[in-house]
Write a protein that binds this ligand. Sequence first.
Ligand SMILES: Cc1ncc(COP(=O)(O)OP(=O)(O)O)c(N)n1
Ligand SMILES: Cc1nc(C(=O)O)sc1CCOP(=O)(O)O
Ligand SMILES: [Mg+2]
Length: 368
Amino acid sequence: MSKSVEITSFKESNNRVVVMVEPHSQKAQIQQVVYRILDANLDRAREGLRIIEEWCRFGLNNAQLLGECKYLRQELAHWHTAELRAARDTPGDPGTELTHPQEEQRSSIKALLQANFCRVQEAMRVLEEYGKLYHPNMGKAFKQMRYRVYTLESSLMGYERYQLLWRSHLYLVTSPSETLFKTVEAALKGGLTLVQYRDKTADDTVRVEQATKLRQLCHSYGALFIINDRVDLALAVDADGVHLGQQDMPIAMARQLLGHQRLIGRSTTNAEEMQKAIAEGADYIGVGPVYETPTKADKAAAGLEYVSYAAQNSSIPWFAIGGIDANNINDVISAGAERVAVVRAIIQAEQPTLVTQYLVSQLHRIKL
Ligand SMILES: Cc1ncc(COP(=O)(O)OP(=O)(O)O)c(N)n1
Ligand SMILES: Cc1nc(C(=O)O)sc1CCOP(=O)(O)O
Ligand SMILES: [Mg+2]
């Protein structure tokens, strides 16, 4: 039986021409496999982008992010040619049956978005590599697209955090407590959306363990989770940002390490520190201590005058902090505060959910 063959290359050796041949059927089979891989991954990338796009549209109402998703989907459609679609063999594809248990549940919007970004990026990497066998420009095109997806992820995740920061009016800064997790969860149930892990004395092993648990807890309630003082710890536990005091790392250095996706807060005690923090690119500032407090015994009170100054002059979100509780929060609000950070008022409360609800309700009353 004669088989059709294709000459794929030849070379000269000892004055003889050596011809390399490959059966036609085998080459066609390989091509078909490549087409199926491209088809499946174009679909995967498009589906993942669609899921991300819906959040940009309905969740964030952000035209710029929505436009970027649409652009990327159109690019995918451009590469999804009829011959690639024709290679599809869904019944014969063992991959359609397989799902990972983690795909069955998502703990939050953030987890859902991250899983889909991962899916899109993986698919684009496959398209970049196998695409080189299909079209001379496909590899380059998908490399560029993959970088655009990284940028989109960065903008979207950063935007998400920034939005939630602006929506947060009560900020819990923790202190060591035997009931830390129970108390934080009770406060989250009361409507808390911003938590800072602050433990000035624990070993790093303990800090890593507690911060990891708290991050999971906060994210499961859709709240932001910030680390006090330590950029390395914030990165290690995938926190939403870091809070830096005047003696901590410079903001520019922290920004280099954390990127623009994560939040950076700065403590300020006077007008000069406030202006500097804003100029250096802080995302929010602490304004205090409003009252003297045993939680920060070495710092003299800045008073309500500084709160009024912040109300008039801060262009970024700011949190009045220091000695604030349910008894005096209305004085702080009257001085101009719309956001407040507390330690003892919640950590030492007998009923943290109720206290949180009360503080949040007072802060929201301002806007009515
Ligand atoms: C929201 C907020 N504001 C101020 C501080 C104080 O930070 P810092 O001055 O660095 O003091 P320590 O907290 O590190 O003792 C804060 N943690 N949070
Ligand atoms: C951690 C901290 N920073 C402050 C500042 O002014 O920078 S005041 C403060 C402690 C706030 O604790 P409490 O709510 O228990 O008074
Ligand atoms: Mg500090």
